[in-house]
Design a protein around this ligand. Structure first.
Ligand code: 5GP
Length: 203
């Protein structure tokens, strides 16, 4: 039997640089990134179906009813959810899947999919985090403060994850995550018995 893909869940506060690190990981690996559905409006250059599926609140609530999400959460007043059928199909095909989701979502996935690999990305410091969010320029002073306060709270959940990776430089963070994933693939409890499938015979 072919091994299933690894479910890799990545979270971290706004401004930790998750997006950039994940982009670098995708350039070097054949990972599949799940595209979430959200009720928030697209930012600048975001494209429907690439960054998110931008859907209405009514459509989102309907998908909750029909159990179309692996997990969903309300973040900063908007709904976000991971489409379940797509993710399970890709994992079954043996390909590794990355979910970039918030902490509530990650904790829910941990309950329903405990064999996932849970990685938390940290900024080098809180000061640097504030600079990064401010320099992004897409936030109002109000939403900036909301995101910064939320970041404090989010970081307090880091111990719920399997690994914490400080994003000092993208290359470093990427190398660390790649090493974690490689080590995880070698875990003895991930072996599925293929090794012993050949019958022992005396011939
Ligand atoms: P943003 O609006 O900045 O794109 O994302 C806000 C937050 O929502 C981020 O922490 C991001 O990880 C999280 N998020 C994005 N997609 C999902 C999802 O499908 N589920 C959950 N629970 N969180 C998500």
């Amino acid at each position: 039997m072919k091994s299933k893909g690894q479910l890799i869940v990545i979270s971290g506060p706004s401004g930790a640089g998750k997006g950039t690190v994940i982009k670098a990981l995708l350039e070097k690996n054949d990972f599949w990134i799940s595209v979430s559905a959200t009720t928030r409006s697209p930012r600048n250059a975001e494209i429907d179906g690439i960054n998110y599926y931008f859907i209405t609140k009514d459509d989102f609530l309907e998908k909750i009813k029909t159990k179309d999400f692996l997990e969903y959460a309300q973040v900063y007043g908007n709904y976000y959810g991971t489409p379940k059928p797509e993710v399970l199909k890709v994992l079954d095909s043996g390909r590794d899947v990355i979910l970039e989701i918030d902490i509530q979502g990650a904790l829910n996935v941990k309950m329903s999919y405990p064999s996932g690999l849970f990685i938390f990305i940290l900024p080098p410091s809180m000061e640097e985090l504030r600079n990064r969010i401010t320099n992004r320029g897409s936030e109002t002073p109000e939403s900036l403060l909301t995101r910064f306060k939320a970041a404090h709270k989010e970081i307090s959940f880091v111990s719920k994850y399997d690994y914490a990776v400080v994003n000092d430089t993208v290359d470093n963070a990427c190398d660390k995550i790649q090493s974690i994933i490689i080590a995880e693939r070698c875990r003895a409890d991930r072996m599925n018995g293929d090794f012993l499938k050949e019958e022992i015979s005396n011939e």
